[in-house]
Design a protein around this ligand. Structure first.
Ligand code: SAM
Length: 194
């Protein structure tokens, strides 16, 4: 994978997520919206370090690149579920999640309701600032962010504009757990400098 597709998270944010996951111990992680696997690498690297035990990918349209990536980086149990998040989330058990699928407000309402139904160690969202900077169809992540704050999560967000990056779209990590919050705070200092 060479050129960054406009759908993909910035490398900085993938590294930030990977750094945090690598310093935690997560039994069950979920990724909603994997596309070609750019963000998936954060989970796979954490699995290779035994920091994540299991990964559930929820991606209705898996790309050949994603399938090849999962074959190449076979560090532990990964399930690829080819359904939309709304079919998977009811009743799902997990302690960490990255949400980067359908960015509509409708999806944000449904996903936030299910994710916030139980306490999670770590919630990661991409495109949390995309609506604010005028990218159409992205009201869901902004709504989800405010539901996290309303639910008492401590939220760290990077949406700085940097030359050669698209980090102004916004990436956030949220938790209610003091240990996780400390790890996220330190990782932000390392990865989210202006
Ligand atoms: C912005 S891309 C994800 C980019 C990826 N996280 C990365 O950093 O490379 C969005 C992905 O979400 C998937 N998707 C769209 N609607 C979805 C839904 N309702 N549930 C889960 N995934 C969805 C799309 O097929 C697409 O691959």
């Amino acid at each position: 994978m060479t050129d960054r597709h406009e759908w993909e998270m910035d490398r900085r944010h993938v590294d930030l997520l990977g750094d945090v996951l690598g310093n935690l111990h997560i039994d069950r992680a979920v990724e909603i919206g994997s596309f070609r696997g750019a963000s998936t690498m954060a989970f796979l690297n954490a699995m290779s370090a035994r920091a994540v035990e299991y990964l559930q990918i929820v991606e209705p349209n898996p790309t050949p690149e994603l399938v090849a990536l999962l074959e190449e980086h076979n560090y532990g149990p990964v399930d690829l579920l080819t359904v939309e998040s709304a079919s998977f989330l009811p009743g799902a058990k997990f302690d960490a999640i990255l949400v980067d699928g359908d960015h509509s407000l409708r999806a944000g309402v449904v996903e936030s309701a299910y994710v916030l139904r139980e306490p999670r160690k770590l919630v990661a969202l991409h495109d949390t600032n995309s609506d604010a900077i005028g990218i159409p169809g992205c009201r869901g992540p902004a709504y989800f962010k405010y539901k996290l704050i309303e639910a008492g999560y401590v939220v760290f967000e990077d949406c700085a504009k940097r030359p050669g990056e698209r980090t102004e779209r916004g990436f956030l990590l949220a938790s209610k757990d003091d240990h996780v919050i400390d790890i996220v705070r330190r990782a932000f200092v390392r990865h989210a400098k202006p």
